[in-house]
Design a protein around this ligand. Structure first.
Ligand code: RP5
Length: 165
């Protein structure tokens, strides 16, 4: 399978929060690599992963990190392809630090910042699929089917009624 997306997380401890992105990319049959590397603790590893992933032809990076989360920004500084950031709540500030670190990029170096944690991870996979789907009709179709199914599930929820005296 061709590698189309690259997920990098700042620590193995982020894995549970990132899992929805992994699951959805698999469900949509999008080839992906997943690495653990820290912008602060292993900057050389981050750079090597980036180089390898770009050579492999990835079309989007998904970067998840907590605390002063610079991973997505560091990748965006050099990436020729779009970077999606997932802030992770892993510090005493409950993720406000990682949200601000990920979203407040300076002009010219964008990071498409998702919601915090698992919801953000799922949305990162959806956005990645939309990006890849621009040039791959089969991915676009699978995403469209997935979204329709998601809508059907919500639409099928019945009305709940209860009476009070
Ligand atoms: C961040 O620090 C990581 O992304 C993680 O969210 C947090 C804690 O990392 P560990 O100390 O669990 O490795 O860089």
């Amino acid at each position: 399978m061709t590698i189309r997306a690259a997920i990098i997380m700042g620590s193995k401890s982020d894995a549970e929060q990132v899992q929805p992105a992994v699951d959805l990319l698999k469900e949509l049959k999008i080839g992906c690599r997943v690495d653990v590397a820290s912008a602060h603790r292993t900057p050389d590893k981050v750079e090597q992963i980036m180089k390898d992933a770009v050579e492999q032809g990835v079309q989007v990076f998904i970067c998840a990190a907590g605390h002063a989360a610079h991973l997505a920004g560091v990748v965006a500084a050099r990436s020729p392809v779009p970077v999606i950031g997932i802030p992770i709540a892993s510090s005493d500030l409950d993720g406000m630090d990682s949200i601000l670190s990920t979203v407040m990029m300076p002009p010219g170096v964008p990071v498409a910042t998702m919601a915090l944690g698992k919801a953000g991870a799922k949305n990162a996979a959806v956005l990645a699929a939309q990006i890849i789907g621009i040039s791959d009709a089969s991915v676009a179709q699978r995403l469209s089917d997935w979204r329709a199914h998601m809508g059907d599930q919500v639409a099928a929820e019945p009305t709940q009624v209860w009476e009070v005296d």
